[in-house]
Design a binder for this molecule. Structure first.
Ligand SMILES: CCC(=O)SCCNC(=O)CCNC(=O)[C@H](O)C(C)(C)COP(=O)(O)OP(=O)(O)OC[C@H]1O[C@@H](n2cnc3c(N)ncnc32)[C@H](O)[C@@H]1OP(=O)(O)O
Length: 334
């Protein structure tokens, strides 16, 4: 795969240790300008991003990814279930209730497979990520964590999950994390890999990493800063704060609070989340997916590249069936 200059730049900074060097490099006067100039083929990176990134790390692909997968498969348990619905909204369920939906190694691999399936789902418009049996996800399975506590294995798992969650967030689907019960550690990180978070009363998002002698490694800190700002992120990580629905709304982590289960089955919360999401996914898939794509490029790419990508995406809907139908119906927007 040939990457544009911007793509190569992003991949380069994703190598452990390279970011520090990058910071030093861009801190020289004019270096950032050079970077912008190096982004000489903006369309290529934008297209690459919109096609769905295979990997955010140079070394998480190829035989090394195979090695990581094999390692993770050695820790079985639970499942990641995917239901694609006629409505264009899919439901992804983290399913390991005996361990409060903690991620076993095989579940990490399954998550990658489900994300691949969603990348191929061209009719899709929305995605709800939930936990089974009334709770969201308690992060990594601590039994796995203990068994791979050496730095090499930890780094491999971290790269694998960073890659998967980055691809999850970049899907051309409007995604919602439905937080019922607790989202702890990696579970909290998973909520930030969705576009929106809906919380049920009694629900909690908590980055407990500090209490585990860790920091987030699945990309959760980088995404959290973009969602709530660095001040709030510092408080959440530094204090391992319990973010309940009220605080979630206050700091912009939660996008809504649902009524929740009537019978403890989680069915009502899911219905409510589908209704909430339906407000944003009503319409043709081509348009909804284009909306997500322009927002992803605006969020992730340098302005010049994002503008070029926006033009490319615009070209996919201009004069398209939905556009022509709207023109023919002389739609008024009162
Ligand atoms: C990426 C970095 C990470 O994610 S590090 C992992 C961060 N997560 C944690 O440390 C969660 C630790 N667990 C807890 O704090 C509690 O179990 C929570 C989730 C609050 C639930 O408490 P409570 O309702 O009292 O249930 P419980 O403790 O009896 O748990 C039920 C069974 O589930 C298990 N469980 C829970 N979390 C995990 C986990 N992350 N990994 C493995 N097992 C987990 C508990 O051990 C318990 O199992 P058992 O019934 O004792 O066999």
């Amino acid at each position: 795969m040939v990457l544009s200059a911007a793509g190569q730049h992003l991949l380069r900074v994703s190598r452990p240790g390279a970011w520090g060097q990058h910071l030093l490099r861009v801190s020289r006067p004019g270096a950032w300008g050079h970077h912008l100039l190096r982004v000489s083929r903006p369309g290529a990176w934008g297209q690459h991003l919109l096609r769905g990134i295979g990997s955010v790390s140079t070394t998480a692909k190829g035989f090394q990814e195979k090695e990581i997968r094999e390692k993770l498969q050695a820790f079985p348990g639970g499942s990641i279930d995917l239901v694609k619905q006629e409505s264009g909204i899919a439901v992804l369920t983290v399913n390991n209730p005996a361990r409060m939906n903690a991620f076993s190694g095989s579940m990490m691999v399954e998550l990658e497979e489900r994300v691949s399936q969603l990348e191929e789902w061209t009719e899709g418009k929305g995605l709800i990520v939930q936990g089974a049996a009334g709770t969201f996800c308690s992060g990594s399975d601590l039994n796995v964590v203990r068994d791979i506590s050496n730095p090499q294995d930890g780094m491999k798992m971290c790269m694998f999950m960073q890659n998967v969650l980055t691809r999850l967030l970049r899907l051309p689907l409007l995604s919602v994390a439905l937080v019922e019960g607790s989202a702890l550690g990696g579970g909290a990180e998973l909520t930030t890999a969705c576009d929106f978070r809906l919380m049920v009363p009694g629900g909690m998002i908590r980055f407990v990493h500090k209490h585990m002698g860790l920091v987030p490694g699945w990309g959760g800190a980088a995404r959290l800063v973009r969602i709530v700002g660095s001040q709030n992120a510092l408080k959440m990580l530094g204090g391992a704060l319990k973010v309940d629905p009220e605080m979630g709304l206050q700091i912009g982590l939660a996008d809504g609070v649902l009524e929740g289960s009537l019978d403890g089955s989680g069915a009502n919360a899911l219905l409510e989340a589908e209704q909430w999401l339906g407000c944003y996914t009503t319409g043709p898939a081509s348009v909804i997916r284009a909306i997500k794509n322009v927002v992803v490029s605006g969020r992730e790419l340098p302005l010049e590249v994002a503008l070029r990508t926006e033009r490319d995406v615009f070209g996919t809907v201009w004069g398209g069936p939905a556009n022509l139908q709207a023109l023919a119906s002389k739609a008024k927007h009162k």
